[in-house]
Design a protein around this ligand. Structure first.
Ligand code: NAD
Ligand code: UDP
Length: 317
């Protein structure tokens, strides 16, 4: 049994990760300040004697003895990370310093949840890990993108300078149950709009693309990455290369829900990347043939079922 710390563990991805790590027989300490996550996401885990939920902000140091750290704490959707951009940068940067410092002291292995946003509005397509990105350092997304880029730099330098065992994964757009219905991300927005009979809000002409990964595939990739030999540190892209336009996504959600919501167009957001698609050759090679197994239709059906349940319980406004 390993003892594992998951920062941001009460969030969308973190809650699935905690659950899976417990299922595999580990002891899990979930640390969260509940900015965008909630106790609701980990409610079914609270009775498990091997699960511990701690309210803590990663911008402050935290001391514990663990074998592994998954560092996920950070708001991930534009409307949340832009509420307090300075705090977003602090969370990524101070969070990485505090967690790497902890990993160094206790000789734990640490995995950083980085993001496809380090590629910014990419000029090569699909994105490979050796692409350095195209980020506007002073734009509205920079608090997130540059914070995550700095966190990668910190991880790398703790590794080079202090021999900390690190793993960096770059996560591409991920969706599934436990997404925050109010965080403005496209999958949750469209599903909630479809289920509540509101207009489906496509920003711009809707021809911009994203590659959507179902959360279970990501969790499998994260755990495989943590278990790779120490000399493989990444970064490695983890995402589903199947690419869809926002109009295609809207249509698929309308088909699944049978909703009669109308598609409307709103102004495009500043610095909104036009295209995004991971090259996952490295993940396939290094993560024992890992590749996504759940395609958009099936993943959306599961996600719609989750939001329908919330709607039944009066939790969707
Ligand atoms: P989320 O917002 O649901 O989860 C983030 C969690 O971190 C929340 O529970 C939040 O309360 C917590 N948190 C935020 N600031 C904190 C702080 N200062 N101290 C402690 N906890 C804090 O988002 P998510 O989608 O689950 O994302 C998890 C991680 O994965 C993030 O680091 C994000 O950048 C990364 N990621 C996600 C995606 C995606 O598509 N969901 C894509 C790329 C990268
Ligand atoms: N988007 C949209 N309508 C919405 C929310 C988002 O058309 O209600 C678009 C957004 O402009 C972007 C894409 O969907 O082009 C993905 O947005 P999201 O915030 O989910 O992820 P990110 O931009 O961080 O990849």
């Amino acid at each position: 049994m390993k003892k594992i710390l998951v920062t941001g563990g009460a969030g969308f991805i973190g809650s699935h990760l905690c659950s899976r790590l417990l299922d595999e027989g580990n002891e899990v300490i979930c640390l969260d300040n509940y900015f965008t996550g909630s106790k609701r996401n980990v409610l079914p885990l609270l009775d498990n004697p091997y699960f511990e939920l701690v309210r803590h902000d990663v911008t402050m140091p935290y001391f514990i003895e663990v074998d592994e750290i998954y560092n996920l704490a950070c708001p991930a959707s534009p409307i949340h990370y832009q509420v307090n951009p300075i705090k977003t940068i602090k969370t990524s940067v101070m969070g990485a310093i505090n967690m790497c410092g902890l990993a160094k002291r206790i000789k734990a292995k640490i995995l950083q949840a980085s993001t496809s946003e380090v590629y910014g509005d990419p000029q090569i397509h699909p994105q490979t890990e050796d692409y350095w990105g195209n980020v506007n350092p002073i734009g509205p997304r920079s608090c997130y993108d540059e914070g995550k880029r700095c966190a990668e730099s910190l991880m790398m330098n703790y590794h080079l300078q202090n021999d900390v065992r690190i793993k960096i994964i770059r996560i591409f757009n991920t969706y599934g149950p436990h997404m925050n219905p109010h965080d403005g991300r496209v999958v949750s927005n469209f599903i909630v709009q479809a289920l509540t009979g509101k207009d489906i809000t496509v920003y711009g002409d809707g021809h911009q693309t994203r590659s959507f990964q179902y959360v279970d595939d990501l969790i499998e990739g994260m755990i495989r990455m943590m278990n790779t030999p120490d000399d493989f540190i990444g970064p490695v892209n983890v995402g589903n290369p199947n690419e869809f336009s926002m109009l295609e996504l809207a249509q698929e959600i309308l088909n699944i829900t049978g909703s009669s919501s109308k598609i409307i167009h709103l102004p495009v957001q500043q610095d909104d990347p036009e295209q995004r698609q991971p090259d996952i050759s490295l993940a396939k090679e290094k993560l024992n043939g890992w590749e996504p197994t759940i395609q958009l239709r099936e993943g959306l059906e599961n996600t719609v079922a989750y939001f329908e349940e919330m709607l039944r319980h009066g939790e969707l406004k």
